[in-house]
Design a protein around this ligand. Sequence first.
Ligand SMILES: Cc1cc2nc3c(=O)[nH]c(=O)nc-3n(C[C@H](O)[C@H](O)[C@H](O)COP(=O)(O)O)c2cc1C
Length: 359
Amino acid sequence: METYQKIFEFAARYPSADNNQPFEINLISSGRFQIEHLPQRALHSLNIESYVSDIVLGCLKSYLEASAFRYGQRAHFAHFYPCSNNKVVSEFSLSSGMDMERGLSELISGLEQRYTERRPFQLKRTPPIGFEDRMKLETSLFEGNLTWKFRAEGFSTLLPSLEAAERAFWSSDNLFYELLHWIRASDREAQATQDGLPISTIGIPVHSQVFLKILKRAPKIYSMIKSLGLIAEQVRALKSAITSASMLGVAYVPPTVPFESRMAVGESFTRIWLWLSAQGWSLQPISFATQVPTLSKICDLPSDLRRFQSILNRAIADFDALFDPPKGWLPLWAFRAGPIDDLRPLPRTPRRPLLKTAG
Ligand SMILES: Cc1cc2nc3c(=O)[nH]c(=O)nc-3n(C[C@H](O)[C@H](O)[C@H](O)COP(=O)(O)O)c2cc1C
């Protein structure tokens, strides 16, 4: 049992949107397990039709595979089911033996040393050696379900439409309150609730921590603060995050956004993330992209979100011009990445145990 515990301890570090960790593992019998999806942990505006949970399921799968490999085990999975209509989304077993085929060994040092880094970066460097091969490998592993595109220059063409999208996003009070609900106001609170996105791990400075704390206590002062230039600050941070990146990557999926593609994005994204971490690079997710296929289905949010949809379409067109995806395919994930100049260890983000304990 001790080996299993170690595997689940590593795997519990899987990245999840807002650190909501929506999965638990049940022991069925010796060496056999179930993955359970807990939708109440993943209730937020980005998770329409559980698309985001499906992406996160892919992240968990990669972590389980890499962690099993780390301890000389191999994870065998049964079918995976979409998170939207199943509680148990997969079963798997662990057995001795390693899977060398899928480049897992190269992910282990990312898993061990720094895990998924989201530090700000200032230095500009060319992508690490082997990056193109890694992207090709990830695309070929999931052929037909996704294609990864990346660019190391030309970002300035994206700035006007990204700025417009960012302004529209923050001008929706409802969405803002929902985000606030999910952002933890302090580390002490984070420890107590084990819920929501910890401020300390947000990749770009949303705005100062003090601001967030005040806002969380008195959200109605948002409109006053907005008029004082909060959105301009946010836009400035977005622009500098894009222009300071050494590269941008986008995962495109077929127009119907099948479940297999949603999972494949999470899997491949996590593998790229771990691989880049092992090279001393930081990767910051751009989760706007996860909303692209589903945003038009939000009906209980204010009408300015409909305006947001057309602005988003413009941003997609600009991304398409830069990244040249297959015709009609949609972005489902994007990241910016750059080298880390300060490798001092960061405090780790709290995680719940992954394996459900009896009672
Ligand atoms: C689907 C998904 C969306 C995410 N979106 C963002 C994001 O927009 N910004 C960000 O900084 N981190 C994002 N993350 C990273 C999570 O916030 C992070 O994994 C979580 O807070 C745990 O923190 P850690 O990776 O530092 O341990 C995302 C992760 C996933 C899987």
